[in-house]
Structures are given as structure tokens and as C-alpha cells.
Design a binder for this molecule. Sequence first.
Ligand code: ATP
Ligand code: MG
Length: 335
Amino acid sequence: MAEKLIEVKNIRKYFRVDGGKLDKAKARYLHAVDYVSFSVRKGEIFGIIGESGSGKSTIGRCLLRFIDIDSGEIWYEGEKISDLSVKQMKPYRKKMQMIFQNPLASFNPKKTIGASFREIGKVYKVSKDEMEARISEWVNYINLSEDVLSRLPKELSGGQLQRLAIARALLVQPDFLLADEPVSALDVSVQAQVLNLMINLKKEKGQTIVFISHDLTVVRHVCDKVAVVYLGVIVEMGKTEDVYKNVLHPYTQALISAKPKEHPLEKKERILLEGEIPNAINVQEGCRFANRCPRFKEGLCSNRTPKLKNMGGGHYVACHYPIGYEKMMKEERML
Ligand SMILES: Nc1ncnc2c1ncn2[C@@H]1O[C@H](COP(=O)(O)OP(=O)(O)OP(=O)(O)O)[C@@H](O)[C@H]1O
Ligand SMILES: [Mg+2]
């Protein structure tokens, strides 16, 4: 099994939401990331999925040290990076690159693509010749002609620009890419170009990617492993196929069944999520999904926060009564 590139241990990030007007004892905190742990192995695509506001981007920003965590640890290739100073983080900035949702906003509108690319060489002190070679290699790799280098961002399509944003991130030869909703702003017809590029990067170049998305179809297509987050906590995690075929958490099941039908005649039992996702301000003990959960039981679900447990084969769930639990209990009684 490939070695771990990233290890996140019990990270926590709370945002104070009262603007600091009240004294600390009365402060209200939004638990954006609450004791989250996972690891990403070299050469895999690790997906993070959940509804809007579940904490996906905050996990990503913590991972790249764009924001400081309140507690926990982040390890990168066996080095603890969560305590490093801005200066100490510098070598890691090159190794860890990010792709944003909106490719147009991630390019300077006044600069040609070529100028934006060459600027990266100056920032990271790569020689001119070496940079030209890398630019030409990557523009070819993403199936664009080198004419694009003389164009302005607004003269290109969203799909072309997002592939160029990925190529730009790869110019500094990072070990790790964080892609935060990289296809959500793109037309469905061009999403596949970007997704296939990511899959090829993994297969052909061994690229390690954390892929954030709210689109389950996309995640299933692209990711080797997946973590499902709900209000700042991981509720289910495992190999993508295990999670989809043998879903354990009622939230994951609701997400899967809420996805649009692929065919109008397809019959599918749909469990639609009731109500809006509540916020995670000053959360109490108990399961966060309790108020929307079709499997809710008074007692444990309202009184005790479920821990993320390995149910076998690296398939984790944080639920007191995971799907299949009744069958498991029945079998145990029969033994
Ligand atoms: N700087 C901040 N200050 C206060 N609250 C914040 C801040 N950043 C994020 N939040 C809150 O933290 C929670 C998680 O936000 P986050 O952006 O990580 O969610 P997300 O899963 O990425 O959502 P989306 O799918 O909409 O991008 C949200 O309730 C958000 O409002
Ligand atoms: Mg986000």
C-alpha cells in the first residue's frame, strides 16, 4: 500500500460568530470543523463531500495552512506542519497547490495566460528555459495548442481555463493538489474534460489529489476514497465503491438517493432530506444529524455524539444505528 502523504489528526476549527462584542464566556462559536481525522495516500484521489456549509472548504484551507487550526495536527510526508511558521511553511507552499471553483477569477484578467504562467517561474525561482519547457509540456498535456498562451482569460472557455488553471498549478511540480469544487462552475458538457484530466494525472503521473465536491456522481467517477462531512464532522468514510454499494450512514444514503435520476423512467426509492442543513453554532452533545435523520431513536442519538468507527476494511461510520445494524443484531442473536 502506498505511503501516506497527508495525515490529519483530530483537527478543529471554530469561528466566533458574535463579532467579539461579548465577553469570551458568552461567545458563540460555529463549529466549522470538529475533530476531523483522515489520511491521504500517495497517488490517490480523496474526495470530501457534503452539502453547502458542511465545512469542506474549511477543511481544505486548514490542510494547506491558509488558516490556523484551533487544535489537532496536520502531517505532510512524515513532517508535522500544523505548527510551522509562515517562513517554515515556504517549501510546502510549492509542494501543495490549489485549484479553485471559478477559473476566470483565478487568473489576472489583464494578463495573457503565458504571462501568468511565466510569473509562476519568477515567484518560485525556476529558470526561464526550464519554465518554457514546462509550460509547453503542460499545455500539450491538457490538449490545448500553444496559441492559448497569447490569449487573455476572457477569450477562453470555462473548461479550457480550468484545465489551464490545473496546468499552472502543476508548473511547480507539486506533490499534492487540492481541488475545491473544480467543476461546479462549469457547463456540464465540459466538466468531463476537467474530470478526465484529474483521473489521467493520477494514473499517468501518480498525482495525489484531494477533491472537494457536493456532486455525488462526480465523486463516484473520480475518487478512490471518500469522506462524507456533515456540519463539520466526518459521518462516513471509506473506499468510494464500498461507501456507494454498502452505505452505512443515513445521511450518505439520503445524499445518494437525492441525486437526480439518470433516466426519467429509472425507478428509485428517494429519501429526500427534510429541511435545511442546520447551523453548527454551539452544538450540543448528541448526533448532529438527529433532527433530519429517518433512523433517529430517542436516547443515544440525542444524548451521545457518535464516534467514527471502523466497521471493517477501512469503512468508517459515525452513527449509533448504521444501516444494516438491525440485520447485524439479528444475526448476533442467532449465533
Ligand atoms: N471566516 C469565517 N468566519 C465565520 N464563519 C465561517 C468562515 N468561513 C466559513 N465559515 C462558516 O463555516 C461553515 C463551513 O463553511 P465552508 O465554506 O467550509 O463550507 P463548504 O462545505 O465548503 O460549503 P460550500 O459547499 O457552500 O462551499 C459555514 O457555516 C460557513 O458559514
Ligand atoms: Mg466550499
